[in-house]
Design a protein around this ligand. Structure first.
Ligand SMILES: *[C@@H]1O[C@H](CO)[C@@H](O)[C@H](O)[C@H]1NC(C)=O
Ligand SMILES: *[C@@H]1O[C@H](CO)[C@@H](O)[C@H](O)[C@H]1NC(C)=O
Ligand SMILES: *[C@@H]1O[C@H](CO)[C@@H](O)[C@H](O)[C@H]1NC(C)=O
Length: 494
């Protein structure tokens, strides 16, 4: 108090007129005005302007980016569909354009709800590590050019998938930081890229450079992903796995907190996958849409699918993580049973394998070497996105040989089978129990052997009671659809 009294006495003693005091005050307020008042005024105007823009002439917009072929990224396309149909967002979709896109995307593009930005794939790059580097550098250039465009600035969300997440994740982080601060990053975790890379490099002892690359990939995936605002995972197991891998050593209390950072959004079959209610519907589809397969096909001359003979489907991309020998050997055993015990086994089997991929020649030569009788017909066909759901719906039974490289993702194709109400036999891996319930909607192999698979096929095809039970389970499964699930899980977030 004494100090203040003294200062006041000193000021009185100065006897300056009031305009001098005004100048002194103005001088001392300069930093305050420049560092605080002006910026905050500017910012408010800026945000108001943006809000007006959004309300009047711009719909909220979401970016969905896939560093892969869009036609082969069903889950990301279903996101797009739900964003447009349920939330009326405009979606800017980025990806490679290699195969045909489903009808709902084409319609969305026609209506102006969806804009497709092609990430051009470029010339086939060299193999090996140098090729990988060239590819990544090129992708940077293409992505930055697409993203630093006025039309995508400050979109509400950007959704990316993992894998592949390199280089898209850091590109998006830098882009957000420099150019689009209002955008929230969402990572949809389908699998882990580093485990795929490890598999590609040949297992546990890949050599120094390669295992270094795997470590870099792991670091990239686990650390940069912390910049995301939301993380979606395809399964509960995937969520647990990610938490344990990214936050090792977290206590169980910490884990419950971390647990909120990950949202489980299970895959569900899309609407194109439908259950056929009657035998007539089935015959109509066979004769009208797949005449080339069921009627003009010499191998199926003696088959009657309205009676005992059965259609089994299995879809694949013929990669190393699916061992087709299990299925082919099981079919050979079934073939032998039909010959030795014709009174017990009278269903001829048409095994329709859909898809294409690198290991296809091995698959075909194995079929040739097994020399099946005329009771077993195994063929590989490729179907368009529009045909695929229909041909699946014709089957009596489906088989999935997918073994996930991380052991934690759920194969989309099983959901498609269930969407059509087709009971499914799957090989065993960690998460499969979240989807295929033994004896309820299908069967899960125990030791992944051909003997087991053969006995399960026999059981389901010869015992009508068992078949009806799992058939009903699969039809029950078909009632849970993507759109409802998406709404329940994500409605409050997006
Ligand atoms: C990530 O995974 C994909 C397969 O999904 C693979 O083709 C790609 O090479 C991987 N990228 C890196 C950098 O490991
Ligand atoms: C997941 O999302 C949260 C936001 O809830 C974020 O803070 C977190 O870092 C994200 N990523 C990882 C790997 O935890
Ligand atoms: C799987 O293997 C285990 C151990 O070898 C065996 O006990 C079990 O019976 C096998 N299961 C089937 C269905 O063959």
């Amino acid at each position: 108090m004494i100090v203040i009294e003294q200062i006041l006495r000193y000021i009185a003693w100065l006897e300056y007129p009031s305009w001098v005091w005004a100048i002194i005050l103005a001088y001392f307020s300069i930093p305050f005005v420049f560092y605080w008042v002006l910026p905050s005024l500017h910012q408010r105007r800026y945000y108001q302007k943006n809000a007006n823009d959004d309300a009047s002439n711009k719909r909220h917009q979401v970016l969905v980016i896939v560093l892969g072929d869009l036609g082969h990224s069903p889950r990301m396309l279903y996101h797009v569909k739900s964003l447009v149909q349920q939330k009326q967002y405009k979606v800017q979709l980025f990806g490679y354009l290699q195969s045909t896109l489903p009808q709902f995307i084409v319609e969305g593009v026609d209506n102006g709800d969806i804009v497709i930005n092609e990430i051009s794939n470029g010339p086939e790059s060299r193999r090996g590590i140098l090729g990988m580097v060239t590819k990544v550098v090129r992708q940077h250039w293409v992505l930055f050019r697409l993203l630093f465009a006025k039309s995508v600035k400050n979109s509400k969300f950007v959704i990316i998938q993992n894998p592949p997440i390199l280089p898209i994740l850091h590109v998006v982080i830098v882009w957000k930081w420099l150019y689009s601060p209002m955008t929230k990053i969402v990572i949809d975790w389908h699998n882990l890229n580093y485990s795929i890379l490890q598999l590609k490099f040949g297992g546990d002892n890949p050599g120094k450079i390669k295992s270094f690359l795997v470590q870099v990939m792991k670091f990239y995936e686990f650390q940069l992903s912390k910049f995301a605002r939301y993380n979606l995972t395809v399964s509960a197991n995937m969520k647990d796995y990610l938490i344990n891998a990214i936050y090792p050593g977290a206590s169980s209390i910490e884990k419950t907190v971390i647990s909120r950072k990950f949202i489980v959004l299970r895959d569900r079959p899309a609407d194109q996958f439908k259950v056929l209610d009657t035998q007539e519907q089935r015959i109509t589809i066979m004769s009208k849409e797949f005449q080339r397969i069921f009627y003009d096909n010499m191998a199926l001359q003696d088959f009657d699918f309205t009676k005992d003979d059965k259609i089994i489907v299995s879809s694949t991309s013929f990669t190393k993580d699916e061992d087709f020998n299990i299925l082919l050997d099981a079919m050979k055993k079934y073939d032998q049973l039909m010959q030795s015990q014709p009174e017990n086994y009278n269903s001829k089997i048409f095994l329709l394998v859909t898809g294409k991929g690198p290991e296809k020649p091995q698959f075909l030569s194995k079929i040739a070497s097994l020399e099946f009788s005329q009771n077993i017909v195994i063929q590989n066909h490729w179907f368009t996105a529009a045909e695929y759901p229909k041909v699946i719906s014709l089957a009596d039974l489906a088989i999935s040989l997918h073994l996930s490289s991380s052991g934690i993702d759920l194969p989309m194709k099983i959901l498609d089978f269930f969407g059509c109400g087709i009971p499914t036999i799957s090989v065993k891996f960690a998460t499969i129990g979240e989807l295929v319930k033994d004896g309820v909607n299908g069967y899960v192999l125990d030791n992944n052997t051909d003997d087991e698979l053969c006995s399960m096929i026999c059981k389901t095809l010869t015992n009508e009671k068992i078949y009806q039970k799992i058939k009903n389970g699969a039809i029950e499964e078909s009632k849970h659809r993507w759109d409802d699930n998406w709404k329940t899980v994500l409605n409050d977030i997006v």
